[in-house]
Write a protein that binds this ligand. Structure first.
Ligand SMILES: N[C@@H](CCC(=O)N[C@@H](CS)C(=O)NCC(=O)O)C(=O)O
Length: 290
């Protein structure tokens, strides 16, 4: 084994100055850091999020539902700036005790229903509106299997590969090697699946595609962690075919803009309260106000 300069002490202590991206918001304890209620708009669905791959899954689903004419899916999308610690407000913690975006409140009934974890939100919305999750048992099992595959796999891509390749203050060969190998294996799993099937769960587009696309579609297109060349992502041709096809969907184009605070200004819609917010003029006004 290679030499290491770190010997763990018998008891771990919180060293606030350990560096790395997001070091300012990482803590070993849960719960709120400050009192602040969440804003509430007029629509049945209130989303508190940010356009990271986990956040985008939900805004894509909501835009797909609206595109199908489900008026009950009208939503207010409020921006949660995680690098400023807004996920630790008392209001956000009440919506998601895990303090991570996305969090959804369904206010269409007598009492608001909170839903957290992007996978749970996708299933909740698919069941509420009866779309994008097959009802035939075998097809449903396939869809759920891939949905849960994403939930279990993406932390290796983001928290493993992305963190150690792009964000960690030191480059650790062992960590980068371990997670690069795992991410390449996962990309190959998807590539083989998409060689035999147009969409992840079969012949139709489902919440499994919506969950997997922002992470692995983004990786296949070299859009995550500037790691495309390192992982030679152009090898995954079936994933690229699928990623390109999904990217063309109008609802996906809208969904990926919502709560986005990075990239070209014309791709950012900080908050979404109605369909017309996608108009460039309205976006400009919102940006000036935030
Ligand atoms: N398993 C969760 C992961 C959510 C998650 O990791 N969210 C990140 C942004 S992508 C976050 O809010 N991080 C803030 C923090 O860790 O304090 C889900 O799928 O919803």
């Amino acid at each position: 084994m290679p030499e290491t300069s770190y010997t763990p002490p018998s008891v771990w202590t919180w060293n606030k100055a350990n560096g790395g991206r997001f070091a300012n918001i990482n803590r070993p304890i849960a719960g709120p850091t400050h009192d602040k209620d969440l804003p509430r708009g007029q629509h049945p669905l209130q989303l508190y999020s940010l356009a990271t791959p986990n956040g985008v899954k939900v805004t894509i689903m909501l835009e797909e539902l609206l595109a199908l004419g489900h008026q009950g899916a009208e939503y207010d999308a409020w921006l949660i700036r995680i690098n400023e610690g807004q996920q630790f407000s008392s209001g956000f913690v009440a919506a998601n005790p895990n303090s991570k975006i996305p969090a959804l409140l369904d206010c269409s009934g007598q009492e608001p229903v909170r839903v957290f974890e992007s996978g749970a939100i996708l299933v909740y919305l698919a069941e509420k509106f009866g779309v994008f999750l097959p009802t035939e048992p075998a097809e449903r099992a396939e869809c759920m299997s891939w949905l849960f595959w994403q939930m279990g796999s993406a932390p290796y891509l983001g928290g493993g590969f992305g963190h150690f390749y792009a964000y960690a203050p030191v480059k650790i060969e062992y960590a980068i090697d371990r997670f690069a190998m795992e991410v390449k294996r996962q990309m190959d799993v998807l590539n083989r699946r998409l060689a035999e099937s147009p969409f992840i769960a079969g012949d139709s587009y489902t919440i499994a595609d919506m969950a997997i696309w922002p992470w692995y579609g983004g990786m296949a297109k070299g859009q995550l962690y500037e790691g495309g060349e390192f992982l030679q992502v152009q090898e995954y041709t079936h994933v690229i075919r699928w990623a390109d096809e999904i990217a063309k969907r109008p609802a996906v184009k809208r969904g990926r803009m919502v709560n986005r605070v990075m990239g070209p200004l014309e791709t950012q819609l900080h908050e979404r309260h109605q369909a017309s917010d996608f108009d460039t003029q309205t976006q400009d006004k919102l940006k000036a106000a935030t």
